[in-house]
Design a protein around this ligand. Structure first.
Ligand code: IPD
Length: 242
């Protein structure tokens, strides 16, 4: 397991060096966006520089309640594009890794998204989030009602965005969408989905935007677009909002 992680991290360093950077990407504080550093007042601006995007505990509420899904999420971007993603689902002891163009793996075994094209035969993952603003809660339930009524086989949520994305990459669920999570929750997992053959977009069907706090990740475009029709979108403040 340590070998897999070391390989992926070495690859990230090699990519950074190839991009012309001579500084060591493990050490420069400007190259980090992390839940804890942002909470401590550090900026959350994604630049073209090599950047580590880190969530040491994704699924904090789960962790507090001993609900057994908690993950460590580490993404590495260059030119605002995720090049390397690592999600460690701690209690499942599953190490998910992906390199851009190099595939996605769980404990070293290749991952492939589900081949289901019919949304009616799909399981969709989502989260309720922590925003209790009545308008936001209405939108969350409106989306949920529409999706349940399609109907779909089921709706699930692991309580961690990183694990939800690993479930899409593993083919256990067909799609995951959420509004309100942060870039550190999804940077690594979004590459897992892409490298397992899936797609990642905005909840309105537009291009994915890592800092927008909105994501729709799916096994294929047909399932994704059926969900876009059902989701009542709202715009949380962006992660890079001044
Ligand atoms: C949270 C989890 C959760 C999602 C929230 C995130 P955290 O991350 O990913 O599944 O619904 O939007 O903020 O706070 O546990 O790192």
């Amino acid at each position: 397991m340590a070998d897999i992680l070391q390989n992926v991290m070495d690859h990230a360093v090699a990519v950074a060096r190839k991009a012309g950077e001579v500084r060591h990407p493990y050490k420069d504080p400007r190259w980090f966006i992390g839940e804890e550093s942002v909470a401590a007042g550090e900026p959350s601006i994604l630049t073209d520089d090599p950047t580590w995007i880190i969530d040491p505990i994704d699924g904090t509420t789960n962790f507090v309640h001993a609900f057994p899904f908690v993950a460590i999420s580490i993404g590495f971007t260059i030119n605002k594009r995720v090049e390397v993603g690592v999600v460690y689902s701690c209690l499942e002891d599953k190490m998910f890794t992906a390199r851009r163009g190099g595939g996605a793996f769980c404990n070293g075994e290749p991952l492939q998204v589900s081949d289901q094209t019919d949304v009616h035969r799909s399981i969709i993952a989502t989260e309720f989030g922590s925003n209790r603003d009545p308008e936001v809660v209405d939108k969350i339930f409106s989306s949920l009602r529409n999706i349940l009524s399609l109907p779909v086989h089921g709706v699930r949520g692991a309580g961690t965005a990183a694990v939800n994305l690993s479930l899409v990459a593993s083919g256990c669920v067909e799609a995951y969408y959420e509004m309100g999570m942060h870039v550190w929750d999804i940077a690594a997992g979004s590459l897992l989905v892409l490298e397992a053959g899936g797609i990642v977009m905005d909840v309105d069907g537009g291009d994915a935007d890592l800092m927008s706090r909105r994501i729709l990740a799916a096994n294929n475009r047909s399932v994704a677009l059926r969900l876009v029709e059902q989701i009542a979108p709202y715009r949380p403040d962006r992660d890079d909002a001044p």
